[in-house]
Design a protein around this ligand. Sequence first.
Ligand code: ATP
Ligand code: MG
Length: 282
Amino acid sequence: MSNLTMSSPTPISKSSGITPTPPEDSNSQVAAPAFDVKNLSIWYGEKRAIKDISIQIPARTVSAIIGPSGCGKSTFLRCLNRMHELVPRTRIEGQILFNGENLYRPGSDPAMARRRIGMVFQKSNPFPTMSIEENVLVGLRLNGVRDRHVLNERLEKSLRMAALWDEVKDDLKKPGMSISGGQQQRLCIARAVAVEPEVLLMDEPCSALDPIATARVEELIRELRTRYTIVIVTHNMQQASRVSDRTAFFYVGELIEFGETAQIFSSPRERKTEDYITGRFG
Ligand SMILES: Nc1ncnc2c1ncn2[C@@H]1O[C@H](COP(=O)(O)OP(=O)(O)OP(=O)(O)O)[C@@H](O)[C@H]1O
Ligand SMILES: [Mg+2]
């Protein structure tokens, strides 16, 4: 069982309760952020995997998270839609505002947060007993949508958005597990967008894809960026620079720098960021 606790709104500064001005190089202020994360720390048992991170993630833009393996990217991402609390022996401190509301406010429904904030994982995970069609529509059905016309429309639209429609339109009743790994990953993207979430969290969504499927997913991200808030974790720095507006660099549980992607890759303000993007470590 998870022993997660999420403190209710905590004073930001111990002394004054006033939000400290973030350092210019780490996180410039964003108008109406989708996520306003304040002093977030995350523990696994005794180990603190995320260390006092504050970041404002803008709405309707693509934010990339980069950093060496084990620096806390997935841990951070999972907190943004309350998936993290499914992990045993974890504890969270700090505050995450989603559209201005405390995501973890007592009594709020984690399932609702996960519906509004969709997630695509590194390893594709179609439901094994379901067909391609059922996989895409499962979320809508759970939400009580029964109208066949609506379901058919959403099925095609979601599969088109995930650049999979042409490949599976004649095989919709086949098992979701019967298609290739790369197709399964796009099926999971279709499943995530089918419920029309406001946010799409993507944890290394292309790591199992070939260059063609990767290009399709990147195209999809670019298409969705004006309507969705997208946060994508990637080890591929070319990908981060191709698809994202802003990039955050994490290092051993800390947020080192968050800024315009072009700036992060051309003139990072922090030495650690520069060392990482130039391949000196990581
Ligand atoms: N379920 C867990 N139980 C205990 N420790 C964990 C768990 N998941 C992650 N950790 C630890 O938390 C830290 C951050 O892990 P996380 O998976 O968030 O890193 P990451 O940046 O996503 O790495 P990668 O690039 O390899 O996916 C690591 O030290 C890891 O060992
Ligand atoms: Mg990870």
